[in-house]
Design a protein around this ligand. Structure first.
Ligand SMILES: Cc1cc2nc3c(=O)[nH]c(=O)nc-3n(C[C@H](O)[C@H](O)[C@H](O)COP(=O)(O)OP(=O)(O)OC[C@H]3O[C@@H](n4cnc5c(N)ncnc54)[C@H](O)[C@@H]3O)c2cc1C
Length: 474
């Protein structure tokens, strides 16, 4: 007989978003049922952020061995044992897994059900032998790789983020379709570990990022020997044990392995959303700015939420949305998605991090703004580390209020944090310029960009007036 559960909260999906909701709710003593059909930890832990960053770390070590000549050490060519690299990646996942485990959540008081969840009506979800009638539901079912309709692709064996971390032998020649964050991160890591790598991208690399900064990454990838092909893949062919990607214009690239990294598609199938009267579109589960679906008992967060919710599909945005849902579902506080600027990082070397408005956004908004730049070549620590590529580029109002910042450079993901705080708190470039930063640190590049605001520029009103007066006097 089916067990009937009546918790305050039922969370479907134990990835970044779902686990955060369940942990916070349980810490307030709320009764929670957590339904997960696959592995606890979701994509981030098992096939996303964690394995990719572990692989990138292995690639970094390989590069530093290769690069050691610049530091006065004997240069060497690293010998990659790919099976052991995979063990390292699996070891990192295993070290973090206990935090996300069913045991930990059970100890917190969460009832964990390892089964697929499916709505049977607007108030009821079934999972294995349980019928769950919760006061509120939170859908956090994530996303999966989007596979483009390229002729021939379905006839060959290709890799995605769900399979690439399982390889025990290094791909001899890897062709990556897709030049977004996942594609470029994995391309660079494999190149550094000794594979021949090509990236095929229809537009430009990192198309959502500032073009000036994306070109810093592109130059580095090319310098490391990655073959970057701009143009759409029009067909894929299996040629014996090789795979060929045919490009518009007639070129073909052959590889031993093909990785498809062409975006993500929300996981909404099998959930019985129609029975629950929950609407979806191509971007995912439709939510309003308070993350509620068309069924007001049900919220959706993280990668499965449609455009209004998941403007960016990142672990930290899923975590942030989890906190918002707790405020709304448990404390009935009003919530809105705009409150926090959402930073994003591409973990190539150099990294590319951005938060708030880009130069293009500011131009599109037709509002006056200034750009403040500071190159890492002018930063003493970057010189010492021989990591001088890239720059800090901040967008501020004519009075200095920070609207956005993008950084291409060493540890850009760490350096972006004060800029996110500045936007959140309405701080000005003058606030950063007046703050003492320790020497010699990479973060001084941010301060120097801010100090640029104080340098008279032709855009400053009093300088414009001065120029006009000088012109009057010929
Ligand atoms: C290669 C790669 C690298 C990435 N790197 C980063 C990074 O560096 N930083 C970053 O912030 N983000 C990164 N991301 C994105 C990040 O992984 C996702 O944004 C994040 O995992 C989304 O969390 P989520 O809770 O929405 O979904 P997920 O973590 O995917 O969890 C969803 C869970 O729901 C379960 N589920 C689905 N349907 C059902 C059902 N019917 N019943 C029960 N369970 C169900 C799934 O099995 C899954 O476990 C990366 C992604 C990839 C693919």
């Amino acid at each position: 007989m089916s067990e009937v559960l009546k918790p305050d909260l039922c969370v479907i999906g134990a990835g970044s978003g779902g686990l955060s909701v369940a942990a916070i709710a349980a810490s307030f003593g709320v009764s929670v049922v957590l339904v997960e059909r696959d592995r606890m930890g979701g994509d981030c832990l098992n096939v996303g952020c964690v394995p990719s960053k572990a692989l990138i770390a292995a690639g970094d070590r390989a590069r530093s061995i290769r690069d050691s000549g610049r530091f006065g050490l004997e240069r060497a060519e690293p010998r990659t044992n790919y099976a052991r690299v995979r063990d390292h990646v699996k070891g990192v996942i295993a070290a973090i897994a206990p935090n996300d485990s069913a045991e930990r959540f059970s100890a917190l008081g969460v009832r964990v059900i390892n089964a697929e969840g499916r709505f049977t009506d607007p108030r009821t979800l079934v999972a294995a032998g349980a019928t769950i009638k919760a006061r509120r539901f939170v859908l956090a079912t994530g996303s999966r790789p989007a596979i483009p309709p390229v002729p021939g692709l379905s006839d060959v064996l290709y890799l995605t983020n769900e399979t690439v971390f399982e390889l025990t032998r290094r791909p001899e020649r890897l062709v990556v379709i897709g030049g977004g964050p996942i594609g470029v991160e994995l391309a660079q890591a494999h190149r550094r570990l000794g594979a021949e790598v090509s990236i095929v991208e229809a537009g430009r690399l990192l198309p959502r990022e500032d073009a000036e900064l994306a070109s810093v990454i592109e130059r580095r990838l090319a310098a490391e020997g990655i073959d970057i092909r701009m143009g759409a893949a029009v067909a894929v062919e299996g040629r014996g044990d090789r795979i060929a990607v045919l490009l518009e214009g007639g070129d073909a690239i052959e590889g031993s392995h093909l990785l498809v990294a062409t975006g993500r598609t929300p996981t909404v199938d099998g959930l019985g959303l129609e029975a629950a009267r929950i609407k979806t579109d191509r971007s995912g589960i439709l939510v309003n700015r308070a993350l509620r679906t068309s069924n007001r008992r049900v919220y959706a967060i993280g990668d499965c939420a449609g455009d209004a919710g998941a403007a960016y599909r990142w672990t930290h945005s899923a975590n942030h949305q989890a906190g918002l849902v707790i405020r709304s579902a448990l404390f009935r506080l009003p919530i809105g998605l705009d409150a926090a600027p959402m930073p994003r990082v591409t973990f190539t070397d150099p990294e590319l991090a951005a938060v708030g408005m880009s130069e293009d956004d500011a131009r599109a908004a037709r509002r006056p703004f200034r750009i403040l730049r500071w190159p890492f070549a002018e930063n003493d620590r970057a010189q010492a580390e021989r990591a001088t590529e890239g720059l800090v580029k901040a967008i501020v109002t004519p009075r200095g209020r920070v609207l956005g910042c993008a950084i291409a450079g060493p540890h850009a993901g760490e350096l972006i944090a004060p800029w996110a705080l500045a936007i959140r708190k309405g701080l000005k470039a003058q606030d950063l310029a007046g703050t003492v930063f320790p020497y010699p640190t990479l973060s001084e590049a941010s301060k120097r960009a801010a100090v640029e605001f104080l340098r008279p520029s032709a855009e400053t009103p009093w300088v414009r007036r001065l120029i006009r007066i000088l012109r009057l006097f010929g």
